[in-house]
Ligand binder design. Structure first.
Ligand code: HEC
Length: 129
């Protein structure tokens, strides 16, 4: 109870754009062996289309698109609460605490996965490059 009250009183960490741009967004275009890149499934619009379409032939988004991605991706996390953040839990192996099913597979094998850790740091308010 005390902790609950405390967490309601403490200010929530802020999601930092520079950290996102340097450490989080590259995850969405990176290829992990045996899996499809996030951008392939998540830039098609619809309910789960939280990424902009990559410009034709490009491997990265324009700054303006990154801003839009940042807005959309921010809605998939709860600042200060990694385990309450769908972006972290959905692709995470269920044995490591992740959600039961993700159409895109269990791309984070454990909470020690470097991608998981980059997302976790962002959600906890890490700032900078
Ligand atoms: C093969 C296609 C595919 C790939 C690759 C893929 N996903 Fe998904 N993802 C889906 C589909 C389809 C859903 C919705 C159904 C479900 O929950 O599985 C989904 C759901 C999600 C959700 C929940 C969205 C919501 O609004 O509830 C998140 C978060 C997510 N994916 C993140 C990722 C991340 C991060 C990656 C890359 C590491 C990734 N996905 C790769 C197809 C994919």
């Amino acid at each position: 109870m005390f902790l609950l009250v405390l967490s309601l009183l403490l200010p929530q960490p802020t999601l930092d754009f520079d950290y996102y741009k340097t450490n989080v967004e590259p995850i969405f275009v990176a290829k992990k062996a045996g899996f499809t890149r996030c951008v392939v499934c998540h830039s098609e619009g619809g309910r789960v289309g939280f990424l902009e379409e990559l410009p034709a032939g490009a491997e990265n988004w324009s700054d303006e698109q990154s801003r839009l991605n940042f807005e959309a991706v921010s809605r998939l996390v709860t600042p200060g609460d990694p385990s309450g953040s769908r972006l972290l839990m959905h692709p995470l192996e269920p044995d490591a605490g992740g959600d039961e099913f993700h159409n895109g597979g269990r791309q984070f094998a454990s909470q020690d996965d470097p991608w998981f850790q980059a997302l976790e740091a962002w959600v906890l308010g890490q700032a900078g490059q």
